[in-house]
Design a protein around this ligand. Sequence first.
Ligand code: ZN
Length: 188
Amino acid sequence: MFTTLTLQVRVNPYFKYSQTCRISIYAMTKLAKTLKYGAFSLGLILLIGLLIPEKIVIPVLGATKNDWNHNTFWYSPWGTSGVHKGIDIFGLKNTPVVAATSGMVIFSGVLGKGGNAIAILGPKWRIHYYAHLNQNNVAFGDFVNINTQIATLGDTGNAAGKQPHLHYSILSIIPIPWLATMESQVGP
Ligand SMILES: [Zn+2]
């Protein structure tokens, strides 16, 4: 009787410890597997985005390269923005604004300086930003095809009172450090 009691006392704490230990090892292995799977999935998604071919059209219907001043890209000083992070494509008010690339609408609404604005996530993890629109024709979550109308050209936001134009810029979610520069264009 004495022997049995001793055994119980000795065995039980060990049993409890080993059970807890096994459970936490199981949980950690499961977590590691989940993390590995998550990292793999994220890598795959990133790769797919990078492999989608990027075709770009001028996002104002009928516009040509003469409808914007190339020297105004990254021009400084540019009001409260510092530098002009984009190009201004001039046109008549209500000219159709078309999607420069195919993609998913990640923003369609009103912003301070941008006025009516749209952001579309396109190939290569690049965001295409359209601002000063008169009217937005797409909503968050919409998939748009290249060259299809997404809005009309306008003069909203800080373009109010100026010649109607589309402010268009491309932002890269993935950093491209080899394009980084400390230079800024200085005006004449
Ligand atoms: Zn602009």
